[in-house]
Design a protein around this ligand. Structure first.
Ligand code: AMP
Length: 216
């Protein structure tokens, strides 16, 4: 099963991808994670992407699509989740071409629905382990020891683009560019919407039910 997972920033795409890759043995392709790794390693891609991530804006399509082409080309028959790509209709169209070219198929696109008024609090309180990427929240899911990852002991920090000023731009970018993808995938199906409110286990349960229905 190959999957596109999309939704507003803070909807829980990263958390749900983490659960899906562990339990359904899928490979996660997160363009956001790939950009952050490139920035950390100061590669040419990282240098190009940094300003966009810092500002909460989309990295240009040509760069992002080139990156996804490279990663999809390296898959050796593994199931994959596209997490955070596509993020606008031009990327969705390019992905369609890319899949044809590589003889791959996406089984469904899944929209994780969380109302906008809940996203700001989720993003502002979100903390991430710098080492292993585990996701925490200051109120809903704090690490046992403040600032220290339960899983690997790494430092738990706020992502620079989770600061309130940048979050506002990211939400605007979402409204203008990514939200129209709902209509695109409704028209180009298969497409499913899942309520992203509740605990990560509750949401995961809904996702696996929705995927089972799609798989049969
Ligand atoms: P995320 O981790 O998915 O929230 O992505 C963090 C940031 O990476 C976004 O705010 C963008 O700057 C950049 N980014 C991630 N995915 C894409 C994409 N598909 N197209 C353009 N920029 C992206």
């Amino acid at each position: 099963m190959n999957l596109i997972l999309f939704g507003p920033p803070g909807a829980g795409k990263g958390t749900q991808s983490e659960l899906l890759i562990k339990r359904m043995h899928m490979r996660q392709i997160s363009t956001g994670d790939l950009f952050r790794a490139a920035i950390k390693n100061q590669t040419p891609l990282g240098k190009e992407a940094k300003g966009y991530l810092d500002a909460g804006k989309l990295v240009p399509d040509s760069v992002t699509i080139g990156l996804v082409r490279e990663v999809l080309g390296q898959l050796k028959g593994q199931s994959f989740i596209l997490d955070g790509f596509p993020r606008n209709v031009a990327q969705a169209e390019a992905l369609g071409e890319l899949l044809k070219e590589l003889n791959l198929k996406v089984d469904t696109s899944l929209f994780l629905e969380v109302p906008l008024d809940r996203l700001l609090g989720r993003l502002a309180g979100r903390r991430i382990c710098k080492n292993c990427g585990a996701v925490y929240h200051v109120q809903n899911k704090p690490p046992q020891k403040e600032g220290v990852c339960d899983t690997c002991g790494g430092p738990v920090l706020q992502r620079p683009d989770d600061k309130e000023e940048v979050v506002r731009t990211r939400l605007e970018t979402y409204e203008a560019s990514t939200k129209p993808l709902k209509e695109y995938y409704k028209a180009h199906g298969p497409y499913v919407e899942v309520n992203g409110l509740g605990t990560s286990e509750e949401v995961y349960e809904r996702i696996s039910k929705a995927l089972q229905v799609k798989a049969h």
